[in-house]
Design a protein around this ligand. Structure first.
Ligand code: PBG
Ligand code: ZN
Length: 324
């Protein structure tokens, strides 16, 4: 049947009718707020991040307070990122697996003082003097050598009580190495959310500024994926699944909505995606300038959900909780 019997506008005629036919909804529990914790920052002195309007670097106490305030607004999960002081960075990223490192301390406090689900980013780049995600030999980023360090990071976060670890390094075989490490240390209940399809993207730029993790030489193209490749994302996801990942992630989100859809269609695991710093700052800048209105934020999050993401890590989380 077609026009005039069929009229698509019948189901759009009021807010109430539009509400009952809405196919995609973003729920509070779908959203994960990143929290930046900076070593030695004094309480009450959160630092603004020039390239990320309304995101801050916090001391441990203030970061936990930020989490608590969002929890009161209905937040379910956070992902913690650490920013060590420069003198604690070394070739092997050893402050990343220090029992009393910033992330480890933050995890402990979050678990003590909130009921939030706590996720931690597992990587070396913020902690290495060269800023790469792996151990370096000359200009080469060593794959197999890096695995044991990643495993140490994951175990130290688990000892602090983390619920889910999220490896973002893109070394081959890391999920297997980390799963083995966790299981041997008695952490078989700690889940792994793998940054499976993580592209070498310029949309990470504000984040690297926020956490001082830009590589001191070269770039990340020998480990992160080429933005041109879609089939390769399926291979990456397949390997992570076989190695023991519990949740698969696509990163970034917006320029990769097709990849989210393809992973959702091809795998029976929960699919997460990271609506990264550049995607956040781009919209924020547009809104600040008056080129766009705030509504662009929800529209963006809905597009990510509609593409098939079950979970969204987003810097917008704090901005939209009130509206959900
Ligand atoms: C580090 C890491 C990055 C992000 C999360 N973990 C940046 C990178 O790979 O250089 C990006 C997050 C964001 O842009 O919000 N492995
Ligand atoms: Zn990294």
């Amino acid at each position: 049947m077609s026009f005039p019997r069929t009229r698509m506008r019948r189901l759009r005629k009021s807010p109430e009718i539009r509400k009952i036919i809405q196919e995609t909804k973003v729920n509070k529990e779908d959203l994960i707020q990143p929290i930046f914790i900076k070593e030695r920052l004094k309480n009450g002195q959160k630092e603004s991040i020039p390239t990320m309007p309304n995101e801050y670097r916090y001391s441990i106490d203030d970061g936990v307070l930020f989490g608590k305030e969002l929890e009161e607004k209905g937040l379910n999960s956070v992902i913690v990122f650490g920013i060590p002081i420069k003198s604690n960075k070394d070739e092997l990223g050893s402050s990343a697996y220090d029992k009393n490192g910033i992330v480890q301390k933050t995890i402990r406090k979050l678990k003590e003082e909130t009921n939030l689900l706590v996720i931690s980013d597992v990587c070396l780049c913020q902690y290495t003097s060269h800023g790469h995600c792996g151990i370096v030999d000359g200009n080469k980023i060593l794959n197999d050598e890096t695995l044991k360090y990643l495993s140490k990071v994951a175990i130290s976060h688990s000892e602090a009580g983390v619920d889910i670890i999220a490896p973002s390094d893109m070394m081959d075989g890391r999920i297997l190495a980390i799963r083995d490490g966790l299981d041997n240390a008695g952490f078989e209940d700690v889940a792994i959310m793998s940054y499976s399809a993580k592209y070498a993207s310029s949309f990470y730029h504000p984040f690297r500024d926020a956490v001082s993790s830009a590589p001191s030489f070269g770039n990340r193209k020998t480990y992160q994926m080429d933005p041109s490749n879609a089939c390769e994302a399926i291979r990456e996801a397949e390997l992570d699944l076989l190695e023991g990942a519990d949740i698969l992630m696509v990163k970034p989100a917006l320029a990769y909505l097709d990849i989210i859809k393809s992973l959702k269609d091809n795998f029976n695991l929960p699919i997460a995606t990271y609506n990264v710093s550049g995607e956040y700052s781009m919209l924020k800048a547009g809104i600040e300038k008056g080129y766009l209105t705030e509504d662009a934020i929800m529209e963006t999050l809905i597009s990510i959900k509609r593409a098939g993401a079950d979970l969204i890590l987003s810097h917008f989380t704090k901005d939209v909780l009130d509206k959900l």
